[in-house]
Design a protein around this ligand. Structure first.
Ligand code: C2E
Ligand code: CA
Ligand code: CA
Length: 722
């Protein structure tokens, strides 16, 4: 470019010359020229400034920018452009052809998609350059992805934009992976057409559509019986909260599944769509249903459990509160179940409980609900009772049905049933209270002879309380030596001599006074005190008997419960050893209820006792279950005829017939027959005439303390008989 000074000098020469020749004209020309020059200078300055601004502007941009002239030669590029193609950056020079730098890059392996087809690739690339239309992506060898956009400029050149979209591409890839490889079935539905646009592998497998079979189908093909309003809502731009809804979906093979759906509006390939994740909850729902079932049912019998039973009672009470009427709560206890369980094993016990449950369920009328309350106890709720007699009919029927024989593991088993009944709402307007009272009524049945039913009475509450206090006092008496043993003589009816004495436990409580063993023995049995009590009586009786004449035996009562809770033989043996009593002088009294067990265990225990040398007597014969079969199942030494057959026998031919039959049986089988509870001379005379061998009763003597008994024994005849 020409400097200012030489121009001025030239102008001066020119102007001097011109002034000489042309004067003022020349001066005017010069000044015009000067003005033009000034303008040119300004224009150049402006262009420089503009160029600098353009550079600054393109440097600020985050994208790479390149300007090429119409021949494809570099004109201008920014720093970002050099960075993107940093491997070729040293080649970028004004006037260098892009085609040449491309070729260098291709040969160096900068463009993986060009490998193996280099020339072709370069041609394609230059083609795009000369006829730029769309954006395209270019992968570089270092793993980056560049988005390229090129435009023609007005002077035939090209302006090119480069954006590094590697991160975007990675995000897109991970999203695709997240979708396609997700184990949760997912699909995309167009909002407008409600057709399936895309489905991941899990969805395709789950619904049974191979390949692209699912694509393009109307989404209704996945739904079963869903109203269109809800479908529209699900596949709309704002799916909203439908999370609680359980959808029924249809697989291609026609099976139904239950699904929970999570949805989200998205744009799928420029189409407004909804992305749906469908979680199959069929199994979970089944498991939940199972858990609910288990929470409310007894797993062994399938009947409702205690918790559900309480709900049944609550439902009944609510109905009664709303519409009146009465209902009933029955508490059923199985008699003798425990011994079956013990002797035949718990598996047999389970089978028996299942059989009982089936019978109970079959016996109930419509609307009644049965439950197993645990162990051998069942509960029944009977709503809509017109009159209490209806409940009695059901209770009677239940006892009958449950008491019929069962066949368990090839063996015949018989049990009984006792039932306590509480009437709603009078016996309890609150469920827990009602059930408790039915249970209380049941325990009264059990105390007073099983195999029956009883209605709850208000006094039972007081009685139950009294029972608890009796139990604790009895326990204390047992521990502190508050119990005593008295002896009632057994007399030979032919000679009048005392042949034995029965040991009877005695308890005089400081508060209650005399308490009958008939009252406290059942309590001792239930409270687990019978073993200690029995041991005490046995040992004391054996010891006392050692000071009696040698031909006087001692009789001791054994409760069936003692056979259940311990080894009776060992206890007896220990008592005999400790006291030195000859085994032949000990007579053990058992009752028929012991044989309800029908178990070999009892027979074995009795056989062992007999082997020790003790004698076995069947007590209270003729009461309870009275079966001659019991007499055959074990060889007893003695049969004691119950007091009920003796009372008033002289005027009662039926009783005489029964006693005569038993006496005959005794003679035939070689067993001693004893009549219990002889109170009058008439009774004694009658029994003598029938040929009864021994007798016991108030006519001869009440039970006496050892001291009071001894003088009798030495005289060998009770006063009254003498
Ligand atoms: P049990 O074995 O039948 O005993 C006979 C019961 O009848 C005794 O009542 C006796 O006092 C009573 N008795 C005797 N003669 C007459 C009579 O002429 N008329 C009347 N009305 N009663 C008479 P107790 O002592 O009240 O015993 C009742 C029951 O308690 C006994 O009946 C027995 O089952 C049980 N028991 C008593 N002591 C024991 C014991 O030490 N162990 C066990 N396991 N049970 C016992
Ligand atoms: Ca007895
Ligand atoms: Ca008796």
């Amino acid at each position: 470019m020409t400097g200012r000074r030489p121009l001025r000098a030239a102008l001066k020469v020119l102007s001097g010359d011109a002034a000489a020749r042309h004067g003022a004209d020349a001066a005017a020309q010069i000044s015009e020229l000067e003005a033009a020059l000034e303008m040119a200078r300004t224009a150049i300055e402006d262009a420089r400034t503009a160029n600098a601004r353009l550079r600054e502007a393109i440097e600020i941009l985050p994208q790479g920018i390149v300007f090429l002239d119409s021949e494809g030669r570099y004109v201008l590029w920014n720093e970002q452009y050099s960075k993107i193609y940093h491997r070729s950056a040293d080649l970028f020079k004004v006037g260098v052809r892009l085609a040449d730098t491309l070729r260098v890059g291709v040969m160096r392996g900068d463009y993986p998609s060009a490998n193996g087809r280099e020339e072709e690739w370069i041609a394609e690339r230059l083609q795009k350059l000369t006829s730029p239309r769309e954006r395209h992506e270019q992968w570089l060898a270092d793993g980056r992805c560049i988005l390229i956009e090129e435009r023609r400029t007005s002077d035939g050149g090209i302006i090119g934009l480069r954006v590094d979209i590697t991160e975007l591409k990675e995000r897109e890839a991970s999203f695709r992976l997240l979708f396609e490889a997700n184990p949760v079935p997912m699909y995309v539905v167009s909002q407008t057409g409600k057709t399936i646009l895309s489905a991941n592998a899990a969805a395709r497998n789950h619904y049974g559509y191979p390949g692209t079979d699912m694509i393009g189908r109307p989404v209704q093909c996945l739904h079963l019986g869903e109203d269109s309003g809800r479908l529209d809502q699900l596949y709309s731009s704002a799916p909203g909260i439908l999370a609680d809804h359980v959808w029924t979906h249809l697989k291609r093979d026609g099976t139904n599944i239950e699904v929970a759906i999570f949805s989200q509006a998205i744009v799928h390939e420029r189409t407004p769509a909804v992305l749906v994740a469908a979680v199959d909850i069929t199994e979970r729902r089944r498991a939940e249903a199972q858990v609910t079932y288990l929470a409310h049912h007894d797993p062994l019998t399938g009947l409702a459990n205690r918790a559900r039973h309480l709900e049944h009672a609550e439902e009944m009470l609510t109905a009664i509160k709303e519409s009146g009427g009465i209902g009933a709560s029955l508490c059923v206890g199985l008699d003798n179940f425990k011994s079956v369980n013990e002797t035949m094993g718990p598996a047999a016990g389970d089978l028996l409980l299942q059989a009982v449950s089936r019978r109970v369920a079959k016996t109930l009328r419509q609307g009644s609900k049965a439950a197993r309350l645990g162990g051998d106890e069942f509960g029944i709720i009977m709503p809509d009772v017109a009159e209490p007699e209806e409940v009695s009919v059901v209770a009677r029927r239940l006892i009958e049905v449950i008491s019929a024989p069962y066949k368990i593991q090839g063996q015949q088993v018989t049990i009984g049933a006792s039932i306590g009944i509480a009437i709603a709402p009078s016996d309890g307007a609150e469920a827990g209270h009602l059930l408790k009272n039915a249970n209380l009524a049941l325990s009264q049945v059990k105390l007073r002879g099983k195999g029956a039913f009883r209605y709850f009475e208000e006094e039972m509450n007081a009685r139950a309380q009294e029972r608890r206090s009796l139990e604790s006092d009895l326990r204390a008496a047992l521990e502190t030596g508050g119990l005593d043993v008295h002896y009632q003589p057994l007399v030979s009816l032919s000679t009048g001599r005392i042949v034995a004495a029965e040991a009877l436990v005695r308890w005089t409580d400081h508060r209650r006074g005399y308490v009958s063993p008939a009252e406290f023995i059942p309590i001792a049995e239930e409270a687990g005190l019978i073993w200690a009590l029995g041991d005490f009586v046995l040992t004391r009786a054996c010891r006392d008997a050692t000071s009696w004449p040698e031909d006087v035996r001692v009789a001791v009562n054994l409760s069936p419960m003692q056979f259940r809770c311990g080894n009776v033989r060992d206890m007896v043996k220990a008592a005999l050893t400790a006291t030195g009593l000859a085994p032949g002088r000990l007579e053990l009294e058992i009752t028929e209820s012991l044989f309800l067990d029908r178990s070999n265990h009892v027979l074995d225990a009795l056989a062992e006792l007999r082997k020790l040398g003790t004698r076995i007597a069947m007590d209270d014969f003729g009461t309870g279950y009275s079966s001659l079969g019991y007499l055959c199942s074990f060889p007893f030494d003695k049969i004691k005829i119950d007091r009920s057959f003796v009372e008033g026998i002289s005027g009662n031919v039926e009783k005489q017939a029964v006693v005569r039959a038993i006496v005959g049986l005794g003679e035939t089988l070689g067993k001693t027959i004893t009549a219990e509870g002889i109170e009058t001379a008439d009774e004694l005379a009658c029994l003598r005439s029938i040929g009864c061998e021994q007798g016991q009763g108030f006519l001869f003597s009440k039970a006496r303390a050892q001291d009071a008994l001894l003088p009798f024994l030495t005289k060998r005849k009770p006063k009254r008989v003498a």
